[in-house]
Design a protein around this ligand. Sequence first.
Ligand code: BTN
Length: 252
Amino acid sequence: RLGLKTKFMGKNIHYEESVDSTQKIAHRFAYEDVPEGTAIIAEEQISGRGRMDRKWHSPKFSGVWMSLILRPNIPLTKAPQLTLLTAVAVVQAIEEMTDLVPEIKWPNDILINGKKVTGILTELQAEADRIHSIIVGIGINVNQKPVDFPLELQEIASSLLIEKGAPVSRADLIRSIFTHFEKLYLLYLDEGFFPIKLLWESYAVSIGNHLKARTITHTIEGKALGITDEGVLKLEDENGVIHQIYSADIEL
Ligand code: BTN
């Protein structure tokens, strides 16, 4: 990889033209003990996966569809921190490549002008309570035109091309993600989540605002107070009760 100056992120790249999901390949590789920082990148995904069993639309040549394999020596409960760290890395890469202003919607959506441009899906392989591998899937809509989105997504999703008004090099964007990710990851392993949390909060749209969190079982409305050291969202409802939200869809 030309000009990539990282120590381990993206040093081992597995590239495919077309896959069902890069997550699936990453899971297989992770079992086979590939080096940490291995990246699986595809031009197209036939059955790209989103959070909560949703489909992730991944048309050919227009996005970054990538899964990263990590092996941090951290307890299982801290795995969500890696999702937040990844969001910061992608925001920094988008900032480096464009003059756009990306914002993070808890836990893992990156919005530009209020529309979703990136999603992150974190999955785990664990043995008892130890992490064997964390697989971080990153989907970035890069060069899609409005007509490339299915009708039901056109109001809520966008691409870097649409927001910037010019195409963005996917190779440069990927390189930039590797570089920012590695820097943040090493900082994280060294100093813990606190510095990452500060960065994350500086990019977050949801914090301080009133929002609705839809969990699998119910909906909680309230003011987003911030995130805990684990990366869990704290929401204060109208009665002053503070709820900890581990997984939900957020409506701003
Ligand atoms: C979401 O916002 O729901 C998360 C979307 C994650 C999409 C990426 S694309 C690369 C990787 N492979 C997949 O099948 N999904 C993730």
